[in-house]
Ligand binder design. Sequence first.
Ligand code: HEC
Length: 221
Amino acid sequence: MLDSASFRGIMDVAGDTRFLVETFMKLRTVILLIVLVALGIGVTLAAMLLHGGLSATATPTRLEALLARSARHLAIPENAREQHNPLAATADHVHDGMMHFADHCALCHANDGSGDSMIGHGLYPKPPNLRMPETQELSDGELFWIIQNGVRFTGMPSFAEHGKEDDWKLVLFVRHLPQLTAPERAEMERNNPKAPDDREEEQQEKKFLNGQQEKAKPKAP
Ligand code: HEC
């Protein structure tokens, strides 16, 4: 026979069990919801990153570009961002930076910094137009850091091997880009790295202009 105390005890245990089961069910719903939301975010992020079949010819979405830019900004240490250019923007320093840019950077960024080059078009993300406010508003220190360290997961390489002075001169030239003149651009074109074929063609043109035209090569059909 159950006395009333034992009966109450059993009922208490039953109540506790029901409470536990109900709590568990609620928790399960919450966990399920969290999993669904995480899945939704994952799918959205994947769609954002994998669009264009991972082809480098695609252009990053605006959101992706904004996130990447903000992440890069945060990843650059504050004391690096606050550095000032130790070199003054003298004609010589800017000219050195310009020749260096023609040799090492124009390949991707184009002589005028527009990014309008064959390799520039084929990169993901594409090199931005360096004359635009988005770049010009970066601090000297941030530009220097980017040139020294490169940007991971992009085509932008590190140029730390140049030495600091050369990279500060490049910063001066990046600042000069919006005012680049036609004669400066022509000088850069003469100093762009050239493939042997292009160099030969240039030699032929020079000879032609000097009035010593060589026998014209037969044209390909
Ligand atoms: C192989 C291609 C390539 C070469 C060579 C290259 N860059 Fe870049 N550069 C890029 C790409 C791509 C980006 C965009 C990176 C990003 O989205 O964060 C970039 C970004 C930059 C930026 C940041 C601009 C901004 O607003 O985000 C600067 C400054 C820069 N490059 C300067 C240079 C200089 C100076 C050189 C030569 C010493 C150089 N780059 C050589 C591909 C290149």
